[in-house]
Design a protein around this ligand. Structure first.
Ligand code: IMP
Length: 436
């Protein structure tokens, strides 16, 4: 499996972690290429639950190296909290965690600006995670940001951070009426983090390219989902990075052609955290039942997720953008006990139908979903070991989704446990691919 990418094809929280965990068991390297500690990925290791936000998921496998690529934004305070938690559970990251010298740094001022901007927007807020992600990527694009390598050079760091904070303090005080940041304290703290980071900092692009040349197995761990992609998602209700497969080359320093296989991950229904259009949302008993059965609360912020039916228009669009080879359909068990299950096959606004995902917010806010209604299933799926064990109606549902999104569904998750996943052997052989 030389280089396998895993991306979400909805609004994040698709259950990518479970698929990445499975792949990580055999991987030499797991690399993150975008996002920051806005992501949340729950893993259970020796009976203990960890929520990883920034450290890649290979951390729990002692033989796997973990790369935080240049496309990721790194909050050092948060990073060391996560490292401490892992180390206190006996998981050593020295010589196993490699952070790109080119990754941009999230400073406390970015968090403050994120939260202040959200408050300032009032009803127009995006519903961000408040982790400073947007302001950090904004500084990266404005060429005022600091990279990890800047933290390692004391004088350079002081100059750059002083310039950045002088401008941000104006913004904090004048626009948001917030207290300003003490610049000298901030420089001292950043220098301390620079010292602590030193052993972890590398040219991770060179490391990954060399590993690829040696034929090592690399898993590229996507964060969030395609519909939150800065370019392709429901802008402006998106995150600030490229969450689709297109982001992996820019965010790692591996060439685009290096990718050998791309796995997409979708839930059997839809969820979204934060504001923004959500055509199939069920703001009713159905949505509440999905939330309850699926325990749909954010791993990062604990917010209840908005829930709705599977949106085949959005997922097909997302799979096309990334060039998904195979899809894993997660949480099918959550749909059990629904008498009827809907799949959205198109959008309608007045007399106009949309089969492609529209760009304009006004259209997305106005469209009605066109649903195909399928019969539900009542059985507990957790004892199913192979596809044929699934109730006939569940199989019909999976095959309907597959034909609408035009991507083979190879894995189906039927419960939260690592083992509760079915591989459709006949689909693997039909597609002529090899997948564990
Ligand atoms: P930000 O990434 O914190 O700027 O938030 C922008 C939008 O992306 C908000 O709607 C967040 O709720 C959403 N978001 C960011 N990270 C995740 C995630 O890991 N899962 C689901 N939604 C996310």
């Amino acid at each position: 499996m030389p280089i396998i990418g895993v991306v979400g094809v909805q609004w994040g929280d698709e259950g990518k972690g479970k698929i990445i965990d499975m792949l990580a068991a055999d991987a030499d390297i797991v690399a993150r290429f975008a996002g920051g500690n806005n992501a949340g990925h729950t893993v259970v290791f020796e009976g203990k639950k960890f929520v990883l936000h920034l450290v890649p998921s290979g951390a729990l496998n002692p033989n796997t190296k973990n790369v935080i690529g240049n496309g990721v934004v790194v909050d050092p305070e948060h990073l060391f909290k996560e490292i401490r938690e892992l180390e206190s559970a006996g998981i050593e990251l020295r010589d196993r965690l490699f952070i790109s010298s080119r990754a941009h740094v999230i400073f406390p001022v970015h968090r403050e600006l994120d939260i202040s901007a959200e408050k300032w927007k009032g009803a127009g807020r995006l519903g961000t995670t408040g982790r400073g992600i947007g302001p950090t990527y904004a500084d990266k694009a404005a060429r005022t940001g600091l990279r990890i390598c800047d933290l390692l050079d004391r004088d350079h760091l002081a100059r750059r951070l002083r310039a950045l904070l002088t401008e941000k303090n104006e913004n904090l005080a004048r626009v948001y009426g917030r207290p300003v940041i003490d610049i000298e304290n901030a420089i001292d703290s950043a220098r301390e983090y620079g010292e602590k980071l030193k052993p972890f900092v590398h040219d991770t692009g060179a490391l990954l390219r060399a590993a690829n040349a040696r034929g090592e197995r690399i898993v590229l761990e996507g964060a969030q989902g395609a519909m939150l992609d800065l370019d392709h998602g429901t802008y402006p209700f998106v995150t600030s990075s490229s969450t689709c497969a297109g982001g992996f080359a820019a965010g790692t320093g591996l060439p685009p052609r290096a990718l050998t296989k791309l796995l997409g991950v979708a839930k059997a229904y839809s969820t979204r955290v934060g504001e923004g259009p959500f055509v199939t949302e069920q703001n009713n008993e159905t949505g509440a039942k999905i939330r309850e059965r699926g325990r749909e609360f954010g791993a990062t912020t604990g917010r209840p997720r908005r829930c709705g039916w599977f949106d085949a228009v959005a997922v097909r669009y997302a799979c096309e953008i990334s060039g998904v080879d195979e899809l894993s359909l997660m949480c099918l068990d959550v749909l059990s006990t629904f008498e009827k299950i809907n799949i959205c096959t198109g959008y309608r606004l007045g007399s106009q139908s949309y089969r492609e995902f529209p760009a304009a917010l006004a259209v997305l806010d106005g469209v009605e979903p066109v649903f195909e209604t399928m019969n539900g299933f009542d059985q507990d799926l957790r004892n199913c070991r192979k596809y044929e064990d699934l109730p006939k109606n569940a199989q019909t549902y999976v095959e309907a989704v597959e034909s609408m999104i035009k991507v083979p569904i190879v894995k189906i998750s039927i419960g939260p446990d690592r083992s509760e996943i079915i591989t459709r052997a006949e689909v693997v052989s039909r597609a002529g691919r090899t997948q564990r």
